[in-house]
Design a binder for this molecule. Structure first.
Ligand code: ATP
Ligand code: MG
Length: 209
């Protein structure tokens, strides 16, 4: 990693505004002269996209440990093929649409594998590469459901889970924000997209100087 390279992730439940804010961040960074690569999880590589299909289109419920390892396999491959090489490019920024905190919230908390179990799996190379900064876009379940209704897409593997699952997801993200307060900035994502972007701009201004 060069001293001028940065690794940013965006986290939050469905409809929290990750994709919306990523578009804003990309533009801001490109205007500042950074080379930007945005990737999504799971996926981002040929192998990872196959795993994405295998998980999100699965018609049978997967064992939580199987689900977790599929995500980690996709992540390890993404690190090897895309993230690590790109961070060697001077003035580069990697933006991840979901990363480790989603695995913690989904598999660790909502699927009940336990945060410690899933954290342990991330202690080994290359999965131990943490972002410099994570924006956790925090919304409640009602807001998420309203935004999903407006978007009107079919519910996928996780979206069709019960209410309790989604409430646990929110708790999982919030717990992660408490465990990693230096890395994770929690943003009230019920605000307007412009207000959220302002919070991110101020923070990025401090990090990227
Ligand atoms: N701050 C906001 N206030 C109101 N609506 C918003 C806000 N941010 C995004 N939206 C709208 O909510 C919907 C979901 O936003 P977006 O796709 O950015 O969320 P996401 O976190 O990427 O969701 P997913 O996890 O499903 O990919 C979109 O229709 C978007 O226009
Ligand atoms: Mg999105």
């Amino acid at each position: 990693m060069t001293p001028e390279s940065f690794f940013i992730s965006l986290e939050g439940i469905e409809g929290s505004g990750k994709t919306t804010q990523i578009k804003h961040i990309e533009k801001l960074l490109i205007d500042k002269g950074y080379r930007v690569l945005t990737l999504r999880e799971p996926g981002g590589t040929e192998f990872g996209e196959k795993l994405r299909e295998a998980i999100l289109k699965s018609s049978t419920p997967l064992h939580p440990l199987a689900e977790c390892h599929l995500f980690l396999a996709s992540r390890a491959q993404l690190l090897k093929e895309k993230i690590l090489p790109f961070l060697l490019v001077p003035k580069s920024v990697i933006i991840l649409d979901r990363y480790i905190d989603s695995t913690m919230a989904y598999q660790g908390k909502a699927r009940r594998l336990g945060l410690e179990t899933v954290l342990e799996l991330h202690r080994h190379d290359p999965l131990n590469l943490l972002p410099h900064r994570t924006y956790f876009l925090d919304i409640n379940l009602e807001t998420s459901l309203e935004r999903q209704k407006l978007r009107g897409q079919q519910k996928d593997y996780f979206e069709s889970e019960e209410t309790e699952f989604h409430l646990n997801l929110i708790d999982g993200y919030r717990e992660m924000a408490q465990i990693f307060p230096e890395r994770i900035l929690t943003i009230d994502a019920s605000k307007t997209p412009e207000d959220i972007s302002k919070v991110i701009d101020i923070d990025l201004g401090k990090i990227l100087k």
